[in-house]
Ligand binder design. Structure first.
Ligand code: NAP
Length: 476
């Protein structure tokens, strides 16, 4: 791996304490890189650099910022296979999944190059006083970005691109399992014209202390986090001390509902996407699959056949459909969910085991008759296990789907669009896929309600997360 040091102020540094940590290939369990681990003084250096860079960047015209972002999209698009390979090596996901992520990640630069010139304000007459109400958006300040391992490229670019479009500088703390992709992106951003100090990357094994330190620096104004709800809660507590602007993309527990009038083939295709994209290691993964009793056996048979047809193996092999889970803990957690569900009465239709040998693999699994008391109904499975339950009444399935503290995404399959839209409106989720197993789109506002998060990424809303609204009351 070419880039394994900290990236601060446009330069590669080994870190103040000269400490390093290993990155493991989940397919082979081999060490693929030794990465520098940032200390508090490295964070201070990054903050100093970000402060200087942001002054000049925020003063540039929106068009000038937009053109740098557009160039980043062009360069990234030209190098998708290289980036996809690094994603596969450190995260394990199969080649096609990694290419899908790299493409999606690059699209945020294109989308936000287009949004950079559209931070529209407004002017109006105050109804009572007749004064002018002028509203404008300004860059909020330095943003600290913390990203998870499941999308090492896209969860970063979904934050970097809107922050830069808004005029902010950023410091990124990538997940320790997968820091290499974000580091590999930096030379490309330099080539696109991103000035030194504007984007800094700090891998670290002292995560909690490092992030907490940055969130208490008065120059930081935004904390944007993607990861688990438990860590999100901690960050919200830290962010409260300086009343930072928080953007929180947290956990999910997505229901996928198949009504009796659904096109079953389309529902199976949608369920495969919603469940198996990224091997189920996604906040958007269909966690609870509710199928109407009249179509449950047909749906289960077709889904099991589709899951059984997937080839499991090292993601660098182009014939492989699904790779390993990211680490042993994640695999063991998936295995425990399956054992628990089976002990409580679920039936294994296919899969249900981890193959012998190296790598954190788990076979694509379909469980039917999963009881409401199973742990996987309450918690994110984060793995290749489709947990099927049945229902008879529409009202009952809506209540069950909403019975969770999460509210990121839900999926609904029906051929009756009136019913579909009525059900979508009743679901307490930030996003709903109606006859679709994929909702992520750079042009759409991604995000959840309840304990799945605060704020939105992508769409028109994404850039505003990095801006403050200023209102000027004027008379002339
Ligand atoms: P995680 O354990 O919450 O870690 C995410 C990031 O937070 C990593 O960079 C991690 O660093 C860092 N972190 C851990 N403890 C921290 C602390 N005390 N203070 C500051 N930062 C800390 O989550 P994960 O296991 O990587 O990712 C899986 C979770 O992310 C799932 O719950 C999934 O649903 C969620 N997710 C949500 C979305 C969304 O858009 N809503 C998208 C993807 C994933 P280290 O790696 O160094 O520990």
């Amino acid at each position: 791996m070419d880039y394994t040091d900290l990236y601060i102020d446009g330069a590669w540094r080994s870190g103040a304490a000269n400490e390093r940590f290993d990155v493991i290939n989940p397919s082979t369990e081999e060490v693929i890189a030794s990465v520098a681990s940032a200390e508090i003084s490295d964070a201070d250096a990054a903050l100093d650099a970000a402060e200087v860079a942001m002054k000049e960047w925020a003063a540039r015209t929106p068009r000038a910022r937009s053109e740098v972002l557009r160039k980043a999209w062009e360069l990234m698009t030209a190098r998708l296979p290289e980036l996809a390979r690094i994603i596969t090596l450190e995260n394990g996901k199969a080649g096609a999944d990694a290419m899908g992520e790299a493409t999606y990640a690059a699209e945020f630069f294109r989308w936000f190059s287009e949004e950079a010139v559209r931070a529209d304000g407004m002017i109006a007459h105050a109804p009572a006083s007749g004064a002018r109400i002028i509203v404008q958006h300004k860059p909020a300040g330095i943003a600290v970005l913390i990203t998870p391992w499941n999308y090492p490229a896209a969860m970063g670019t979904r934050k970097i691109a809107p922050a830069l479009a808004a005029g902010c500088a950023v410091i990124i703390k990538p997940a320790s399992e997968t820091p290499l992709t974000m580091l590999a992106l930096m030379p490309l951003l330099e080539e696109a014209g991103v000035p030194k100090g504007l984007v800094n990357v700090l891998p670290s094994r002292k995560t909690g202390a490092l992030v907490d330190h940055m969130l208490h620096d008065p120059r930081v104004r935004v904390v944007s986090f993607t990861g688990s709800t438990s860590v999100g809660r901690k960050l919200l507590h830290s962010a409260a001390d300086q009343v930072l602007k928080p953007a929180m993309e947290l956990g999910g527990n997505a229901p996928l509902i198949v009504f009796e009038d659904a096109d079953i083939d389309a529902a199976v295709e949608g369920a495969m996407l919603a469940k198996m994209r990224n091997l189920g290691e996604a906040c958007t993964a269909a966690n609870r699959i509710y199928v109407h009793v009249d179509v449950a056996s047909a749906f289960t048979a077709k889904l099991s056949a589709a899951m059984a047809a997937l080839k499991v193996g090292d993601g660098t092999d182009p014939s492989v459909d699904v790779g390993p889970l990211v680490n042993a803990d994640t695999r063991d957690k998936v295995a425990a969910f399956v054992s628990d569900a089976v002990a409580k009465g679920a039936k294994i239709e296919i899969g249900g085991s981890a193959p012998d040998g190296k790598g954190y693999f788990y076979m694509p699994t379909v469980l039917s008759g999963v009881p409401e008391t199973a742990d996987c109904v309450r918690d994110e499975i984060f793995g290749p296990v489709a947990a099927i339950q049945t229902f008879t009444e529409q009202e009952d399935v809506i209540v069950r789907a909403n019975d969770t503290e999460y509210g990121l995404v839900a999926y609904v399959f029906t051929e009756d669009m009136k019913r579909g839209l009525q059900v979508c409106e009743r679901l307490e989720y930030g996003m709903v896929g109606l006859n679709r197993g994929l909702v992520s789109d750079p042009a759409a506002p991604f995000g959840g309600v309840k304990q799945s998060g605060l704020g939105r990424e992508g769409g028109h809303e994404g850039m505003l997360e990095f801006m403050e609204t200023q209102y000027i009351s004027a008379s002339w």
